[in-house]
Design a protein. Structure first.
Length: 157
């Protein structure tokens, strides 16, 4: 699978509406990507690194209101663990799990650093008794959510 091509699709979906045009997509530097990698316990998946390079700091209105971008992503592993503890659940993140998104402090998304270059995406919702796999891969997550954004906000017919 070509992760650059997948990111091209995501960028095309996002740039179809005004909030992602004119430099709204800002990627991370190699130094910042290394900093993100140090927050996990293993190398980052290639698909996620590709995302960080293309839009890891900002992507217009995409995921506005959600902790998803650098530098907030540096704190998400600990925030995810704190949420699980506060909820009193028996669920635990493994050392190989990497939280890459948290929304309003009640849900987060993560993948395993040991599940290949384009790992499945899992979700935890406050109060849930289990983690749910919501996408077969990180690339699929980005493609589908960017397409949903375009259909909702940018498709003027």
């Amino acid at each position: 699978m070509n992760h650059e091509t997948d990111m091209d699709v995501v960028v095309a979906n996002l740039t179809r509406f005004d909030s992602c045009q004119n430099g709204a997509l800002v990627g991370c530097s190699e130094k910042e990507i290394s900093e993100v990698a140090r927050t996990g316990n293993g190398p980052l998946p290639a698909a996620y690194v590709c995302f960080l390079r293309r839009m890891g700091k900002h992507a217009g209105g995409f995921y506005r209101g959600t902790d998803f971008f650098y530098p907030q992503v540096l704190k998400l592993n600990s925030w995810g663990r704190e949420l699980l503890q506060c909820c009193g659940t028996k669920l635990q993140l493994r050392n190989s799990d990497f939280v890459f998104s948290m929304h309003q402090g009640y849900q987060f998304l993560f993948f395993s650093l040991t599940s290949g270059d384009d790992p499945p995406v899992f979700q935890y919702l406050e109060g849930a008794s289990h983690f749910s796999q919501i996408f077969s891969s990180f690339s699929r997550f980005l493609i589908d959510t960017s397409l949903q954004r375009w259909r909702r906000d940018g498709n003027k017919g």
